[in-house]
Design a protein around this ligand. Structure first.
Ligand code: APR
Ligand code: ZN
Ligand code: ZN
Length: 361
């Protein structure tokens, strides 16, 4: 067991605190990772606000890269010294869901079995099974994916959550390929990543939509060919106009609201695909649509959970594309900050001023 500094959310709505936590030595199938960088994501704020569950105190942080420090008995995935990106849950690779290529529906996903604790012994709940606003964290070894150690930790750690969700929504869930028309509604970190994924796949045009005009600059930098400010223009009409009157082959909804999902539904071409990657609240319902429109327009209405990624396949590939200058992950890093700056980073995120603040440890 060792003690390290970490950031926790102790109670609903309370500001985060820096504390000392106990990190157990890795048991069977586990690894201790020395965290190098960890992005600040909306989900961390949702944990703090009690919007996910009430298993306080939470050990926040989950978009991270680091170096494996120690592994427990039976670990074959990684070894000490490996540079890794962390993912939410180890998947089994054997169950019905894994075998049909849907690992995020795995029946036997798992995190570390042992608990990290506060100094008084209180058990911590690590955000998304990771908890990487900490100098070191304990995870299941299967949550670690080894990648090129010369890559910038702050940039590639973001592949562990929001950036992977966006890229994967386009490439994995949406099946975007060369020459397809794509529209992305909502251009925060996830939406801009969907734009970047569409650009990687060779889509054209790529239409970025947001109600906040300053979000559209980042989308252009990452590969959008057209932008639509939907605070002033009707996005459905604009997308149709930019696609020869048809609508886009794939429309990606990266806000997580019924009204933008409805825009996506009508902004896609007949037989096109809608991908919902923005996360709705449990109270939201599908907008009232004529069933004949669902029938008559055909195509697919999909949701994208973690970009339908397979970390062992996607993380090394995307790091390689980054290293070769084909995927601008640096564009997502708005600022590098310390553990003490997380509250201020939440405020900046709330005001929409950053794509990602990244804590450097
Ligand atoms: N139309 C278009 N864009 C909108 C609308 C709207 N009606 N409402 C909000 N937006 C834009 C915001 O201006 C912002 O740029 O959607 C974007 C949302 O981005 P972020 O808040 O930065 O969220 P992000 O991290 O990208 O995640 C998007 O996916 O993971 C989930 O919980 C997350 O639901 C959220 C979504
Ligand atoms: Zn996240
Ligand atoms: Zn499985």
């Amino acid at each position: 067991m060792q003690q390290v500094k970490a950031v926790i959310a102790r109670a609903e709505g309370a500001p985060v605190e820096i504390v000392t936590i106990n990190v157990p030595d890795p048991g069977p199938g586990e690894a201790v990772v020395r965290v190098l960088a960890c992005g600040v994501c909306h989900t961390d704020l949702h944990y703090r606000e009690g919007g996910i569950n009430d298993q306080f105190p939470f050990l926040l942080g989950h978009e991270a890269s680091g170096i494996v420090e120690a592994v427990g008995p039976g670990v074959t995935e990684v070894e000490p010294g490996d540079f890794v990106i962390l993912n939410w849950r180890a998947v089994c690779g054997q169950c019905r869901a894994c075998r049909r290529g849907a690992p995020w529906y795995c029946f036997a996903t798992h995190n570390a079995t042992q608990k990290m604790t506060l100094e008084d012994g209180t058990e911590l709940t690590p955000a998304l099974g990771i908890g990487a606003f900490a100098e070191k964290t304990l995870v299941a070894a299967g949550q670690c994916t080894k990648v090129d150690p010369s890559a910038r930790p702050a940039a590639v750690g973001l592949l562990g959550c929001g950036v992977m969700a966006g890229i994967g929504a386009a490439v994995n869930t949406g099946g975007v390929t060369r020459g397809m028309s794509v529209a992305v509604i909502g251009c925060g970190g996830v939406g801009v990543a969907a734009v970047a994924g569409s650009a990687l796949a060779g889509a054209n045009p790529i239409i970025a939509v947001d109600i906040d005009a300053k979000k559209l600059d980042a989308a252009t930098r990452l590969g959008a060919t057209h932008t639509v400010d939907s605070s002033t223009a009707d996005p459905v009409a604009a997308i149709q106009e930019l696609t020869g009157g048809f609508g886009a082959d794939v429309v990606i909804e990266a806000v997580g609201r019924p009204e933008t999902w409805k825009q996506a539904f009508y902004a896609r071409d007949l037989a096109g695909t809608v991908v919902l990657v923005g996360v709705p609240t449990p109270q939201m319902t599908i907008p009232d649509l004529p069933l004949i429109d669902v029938f008559g327009r055909g195509g697919a209405l999909k949701s994208s959970w973690y970009g339908d990624c397979l970390p062992s396949r996607d993380f090394p590939m995307l790091v390689d594309l980054y290293q070769r200058g084909k995927l601008d992950l640096d564009a997502f890093v708005s600022e590098e900050i310390g553990l003490t700056d997380i509250e201020a980073a939440f405020d900046r995120m709330h005001r929409g001023e950053v794509l990602r603040s990244v804590v450097i440890l």
